[in-house]
Design a protein around this ligand. Structure first.
Ligand SMILES: Cc1cc2nc3c(=O)[nH]c(=O)nc-3n(C[C@H](O)[C@H](O)[C@H](O)COP(=O)(O)OP(=O)(O)OC[C@H]3O[C@@H](n4cnc5c(N)ncnc54)[C@H](O)[C@@H]3O)c2cc1C
Ligand SMILES: *[C@@H]1O[C@H](CO)[C@@H](O)[C@H](O)[C@H]1NC(C)=O
Ligand SMILES: *[C@@H]1O[C@H](CO)[C@@H](O)[C@H](O)[C@H]1NC(C)=O
Ligand SMILES: *[C@@H]1O[C@H](CO)[C@@H](O)[C@H](O)[C@H]1NC(C)=O
Ligand SMILES: *[C@@H]1O[C@H](CO)[C@@H](O)[C@H](O)[C@H]1NC(C)=O
Ligand SMILES: *[C@@H]1O[C@H](CO)[C@@H](O)[C@H](O)[C@H]1NC(C)=O
Ligand SMILES: *[C@@H]1O[C@H](CO)[C@@H](O)[C@H](O)[C@H]1NC(C)=O
Ligand SMILES: *[C@@H]1O[C@H](CO)[C@@H](O)[C@H](O)[C@H]1NC(C)=O
Length: 545
């Protein structure tokens, strides 16, 4: 049965683009005609790429951050437009509407399911509006604010802040290549979340181009839309062309530490204990634990499970050690596990760069945590410590995959995260969470068969986690987009309704809990025709009437 289905899917994938190619061609010509004829005095032809232009492939691939969608089978855009001015964006909106093209907006290209540059629908005609040239940053030190454009990466932002001040930072993500266009649109957590909340919690103003091509700021868009765009998902309410953000104070020197423990070194007990302390520590401490299968450091012909405890302390080693000895002695944290450095450098530390890497590594958009690997991630929230027996079951799951190809990343919550109301912005995962989990699989092998193996493993791990994580709904992080939600057979996060509505509620209640309904109301008010959309964008009410 599964085999027949796969063959059928392959046949469909092969035949449709072929059958459609003549149609696609005229469709492409008509949108080019429209783009070039709009009297906006833009030079849009210089930033428009069709598959016949020699640089089409390199521009498409430059910001693909998940190689799973970098294959000849992945649906490709009819056009890529890389605007360098606002009128070019407005022209693109007008012509896409007229010619019924879907727009895929891309800033940093880290969408877990590739939705900023491809489509799971083999039939769709879409174009990419690639904002790669919208990368300006302007920092106002006196006000401790900055205006940033969407294709600015977290690394670029941290670097530019560090150039001006060693005691300011921004509480966004750890991976330096992620675009702030997409990241802030879904929340944005990093090592400062227990101190200052999410990136989206620290947005003061914005510039958005709506489906009518109007440029809106906070005052002109109103508080409903301003609420929605701070976490309600990208490609839904408009095109974010700038964020105004609030910078936050950090000490000139912070402390980053790593302790690794294998099963033979009591990893199970220490991880178990970690769950009882980590959300209650001072807001100045952040903890991340990476769990995966490794070659056994003391017996090279065998593997084991390793827990890597990475912490950041907004203070000195002298301040941290006694605190850990008092609150979390089981970890056995020692001075030599820790290094003091600037906050900007600590990002490189957490992102896995060697200690002596230059700060300029933060500027390199091409270095990727995922390298050329294919990956899929899923997410969970833990509200009660997982018992020892539950952890042992996770180790069994990890032993089913190869070394370093599957894992879990735990990130401590509590602190400021618990003080912010669930309805403050669309991101709802606040008080009551001890930590967030990302379950992830990485692989380099090509082909559907290999991918299915890893995907099935990951889904099995996710299934295994069910009793230990949040329920009704089983919450998930919108920025770890997961197209398994809303598929046929997915029980979803509850809620009634039919068809599209039920499917949308399935991922909607997981990502946004009770904020989903307000997001639908805002969407219905600002984009009733559903111009900005992808497979997991908030639908307007009209779309399921
Ligand atoms: C290696 C890696 C590490 C990560 N680390 C972290 C982390 O530490 N913390 C964290 O919170 N998340 C992390 N993420 C998740 C990341 O925040 C999301 O994938 C985020 O959406 C990516 O933003 P982007 O601009 O790079 O991606 P894109 O793929 O360009 O965009 C993501 C989504 O937002 C839409 N979008 C992009 N730009 C705009 C815009 N200007 N206006 C409107 N919509 C837009 C896109 O259409 C797409 O739907 C990581 C992801 C990866 C792959
Ligand atoms: C475009 O250029 C023409 C001629 O230079 C000018 O008259 C017109 O006002 C310009 N339009 C816009 C929208 O800038
Ligand atoms: C790409 O090709 C189209 C014609 O197919 C042309 O109009 C456009 O100017 C080319 N783009 C660039 C950047 O040269
Ligand atoms: C995508 O594929 C091209 C060649 O097919 C390769 O050069 C490029 O490095 C790949 N990029 C990623 C992120 O996998
Ligand atoms: C793809 O397009 C064909 C022809 O237009 C249509 O018959 C088919 O239903 C479409 N498939 C999907 C999955 O939308
Ligand atoms: C970025 O800033 C420069 C210098 O002020 C300006 O010329 C350019 O137009 C800006 N780019 C965008 C996309 O706003
Ligand atoms: C593991 O725990 C036991 C019992 O608490 C202890 O005796 C032993 O030293 C620990 N091992 C390591 C490597 O910490
Ligand atoms: C691993 O090596 C040790 C000796 O270093 C040996 O005793 C043991 O049998 C080996 N195990 C396996 C699984 O090969």
């Amino acid at each position: 049965m599964a085999r027949v289905l796969r063959i059928l899917l392959i046949l469909i994938a092969i035949s449709f683009p072929y059958l459609n190619s003549a149609d696609r061609h005229s469709h492409e010509e008509s949108i080019l005609e429209c783009l070039y004829s709009q009297n906006y005095n833009t030079t849009i032809s210089q930033v428009t790429f069709t598959p016949t232009n020699s640089s089409y492939d390199s521009i498409l691939q430059f910001s693909i951050k998940n190689s799973r969608f970098n294959t000849s089978a992945s649906p490709k855009p009819v056009l890529i437009i890389t605007p360098d001015s606002i009128p070019q964006i407005q022209t693109t909106i007008i012509c896409s509407k007229k010619q019924k093209f879907q727009i895929r907006i891309r800033s940093g290209g880290h969408d877990y399911e590739g939705l900023s540059y491809t489509s799971p629908d083999q039939n769709s005609s879409f174009l990419i509006l690639d904002l790669i040239r919208f990368r300006n940053i302007s920092i106002d030190l006196a006000q401790q604010t900055a205006w940033i454009q969407p294709a600015v990466t977290t690394g670029e932002l941290y670097y530019r802040i560090a150039e001006k001040s060693s005691t300011l930072a921004f509480p966004s993500g750890i991976c330096p290549t992620v675009g702030l266009g997409g990241q802030i649109s879904g929340g944005g957590w990093g090592t400062l979340l227990r101190k200052y909340g999410l990136a989206a919690d620290n947005v003061l103003d914005t510039r958005v181009i709506d489906a009518e091509g109007r440029i809106l700021d906070r005052a002109s868009m109103g508080e409903d839309l301003f609420w929605a765009i701070r976490g309600g998902g990208g490609n839904t309410f408009g095109i974010v062309i700038a964020w105004k953000i609030k910078l936050v104070p950090v000490p000139a020197s912070v402390t980053a530490c790593t302790v690794t423990r294998t099963l033979e070194q009591n990893a199970t007990e220490i991880v178990h204990r970690w769950q009882y302390v980590v959300d209650k520590l001072s807001n100045d401490v952040f903890f991340m634990v990476v769990l995966n299968r490794v070659v056994n450091p003391i017996q090279a012909n065998a593997t084991t499970i390793q827990a890597s405890f990475n912490s950041l302390y907004l203070g000195s080693i002298e301040g941290l050690i006694p605190m850990m000895e008092a609150k979390f002695p089981d970890l056995g944290l020692r001075r030599e596990n820790c290094v003091e450095m600037s906050w900007a450098k600590s990002i490189l530390y957490f992102a896995g760069f060697p200690l002596n890497s230059p700060l300029e590594s933060l500027l390199d958009r091409t270095i990727s945590a995922t390298g050329s690997a294919k990956f899929k991630g899923k997410s969970d929230y833990v509200k009660e410590p997982i018992p020892i027996s539950g952890l042992e079951g996770i180790w069994e799951k990890l032993k089913e995959v190869g070394v370093q190809t599957g894992g879990l990343i735990l990130a401590s919550y509590g602190g400021k995260m618990s003080e912010i109301a669930e309805s403050s912005i669309p991101f709802p995962h606040r008080a009551g969470n001890i930590y967030q989990v990302e379950e992830v699989a990485f692989w380099v092998e090509d082909g559907v068969e290999a991918a299915d193996g890893y995907l099935n493993w990951l889904r099995g791990l996710y299934e295994y986690m069910t009793p230990y994580v949040s329920k009704n709904p089983r919450e998930a992080y919108a920025n770890y987009r997961d197209l398994d939600f809303g598929r046929n057979g997915d029980g979803g996060g509850g809620g009634g309704g039919k068809g599209d509505y039920r499917r949308a509620r399935s991922w909607g209640s997981r990502y946004y809990k009770n904020n989903f309904d307000r997001l639908v109301r805002v969407k219905t008010a600002v984009d009733p025709a559903n111009f900005f959309r992808n497979e997991q964008s908030i639908p307007p009410l009209s779309s399921w009437r």
